[in-house]
Design a protein around this ligand. Structure first.
Ligand code: SF4
Ligand code: FES
Length: 383
């Protein structure tokens, strides 16, 4: 297919990308069964080098990007992280490190602070070391994460924790929030697992039942009240899994609208999951970032609303949710242009309802999980 050469979408002028997610590497010491990296991550060998990343950051900033996330895999695996952070600061980005905490120590936190890193977010798997080990595939990780959460705060950063919730840990939410409180967290994202990458492969073992979800929401509400009574400023953000909504989210604020991911090998994507879609995404080694964002067929394909199928095409809500998530539509139906089956107007909504029904089975049999690993790494498609 040939590329469009203009910068105009069916909805008018394409705006600048405001967010850049720099996935520096797919390498990671952990093996989380809900990892959002692609199933064939091990096939990506040639990471961008330091000079290529600096060039990419420079191009993105010149296009207007202001928010920068350093992510992975585990971005601390890259020994040039401090160099990239310093460059991000020089360019004027607000930078955030999204990390497991493994590979961090006090001296590295200090080096990152001196380089100008603005924000650090550490992930926790559970409050129970055994559950944490089972989910992350590491016994040592739990203690290390707690120590690094404290060290980040001691270095003057707010302590921002991210806990991915799923069938195996959601019943311990009370203890998880208590642990975050005890650690002195300033903000906690209680993010129910969304079904992409390895999480989609492990969906049966991860999707909580509706009852589990309702109890967790009530627990969060109770904790909010308790924290307010104590005048304790610890923000709790509870993110419901898409599968329990009846309308989809406007994923990434719309395809190619404000968000851009650069994968470890330089592939430029409209979201972190898109590389498993049946389309080709150009890399920064092949074309300038500006050209990819404004002119590539991949970025223009789902901009505006001309691509939409029914029922989205004639739906009054299409500009609010842009038909939902292209990756979710593909993973569930095999067609990335389909209405996101999360929507109860979608002819495929029964697929989401079936997954919810399946999750109603006895929660004591939580289900087997396949840990993220290079051996089983493969191209994955449900269709
Ligand atoms: Fe949104 Fe499409 Fe559902 Fe309408 S039919 S609410 S546009 S996903
Ligand atoms: Fe890719 Fe939603 S995650 S479009």
């Amino acid at each position: 297919m040939t590329d469009r050469t203009d910068t105009v979408t069916t909805n008018g002028q394409t705006g600048a990308p405001l967010w850049l997610l720099a996935e520096l590497t797919y390498r990671c010491p952990l093996q989380c069964s809900y990892c959002s990296n692609p199933l064939d991550f091990a096939a990506v060998k040639e990471e961008l080098d330091t000079a290529e990343w600096i060039d990419t950051l420079t191009q993105a900033r010149a296009m207007g990007a202001v928010q920068l996330g350093f992510s992975g895999g585990e971005p601390l695996v890259r020994r040039d992280l401090e160099t990239l952070v310093a460059e991000a600061r020089r360019l004027g980005f607000y930078s955030n490190l999204i990390t497991s905490g493994l590979g961090l120590d006090e001296s590295r936190i200090e080096a990152l602070r001196e380089a100008g890193l603005d924000h650090i977010q550490i992930s926790l798997q559970a409050s129970d070391p055994d559950v944490a080990a089972a989910v992350a595939g590491s016994r040592k990780a739990y203690g290390k994460k707690l120590a690094m959460a404290r060290a980040v705060k001691a270095a003057g950063y707010p302590m921002v924790l991210n806990v991915v919730l799923h069938r195996h840990n959601i019943d311990q939410l009370d203890q998880i929030i208590a642990l975050c409180d005890e650690l002195g967290a300033d903000a906690v994202e209680l993010a129910n697992c969304q079904m992409y990458g390895w999480a989609q492969l492990n969906r049966e073992g991860l999707l909580p039942s509706r009852e589990q979800l309702e109890v967790a929401e009530a627990t969060t509400a109770r904790w909010r009240e308790r924290l307010a009574e104590r005048d304790r400023d610890m923000r709790l953000l509870f993110v419901v899994p898409d599968y329990y909504n009846d309308r989809p989210k406007a994923c990434m604020g719309g395809w190619g609208s404000i968000f851009m991911t650069v994968a470890p090998d330089g592939a430029v994507l409209p979201c972190h999951s898109a590389r498993m879609l049946p389309m080709r995404f150009p890399t920064v080694r092949e074309r300038p970032l500006r050209e990819i964002w404004y002119q590539s067929e991949a970025f223009n394909r789902y901009r505006g609303d001309a691509w939409m199928l029914e029922p989205c095409r004639s739906c009054d809500e299409r500009h609010r949710d842009v038909g939902g998530c292209r990756c979710q539509a593909y993973l569930l139906t095999g067609d990335p242009a389909a209405t996101d089956p999360v929507c109860d107007l979608s002819p495929d909504h029964h697929l989401v309802e079936a997954a919810r029904r399946e999750a109603e089975r006895d929660t004591r049999s939580a289900g087997e999980l396949t840990p993220r690993n290079a051996h089983e790494s493969r191209v994955f498609c449900r269709s």
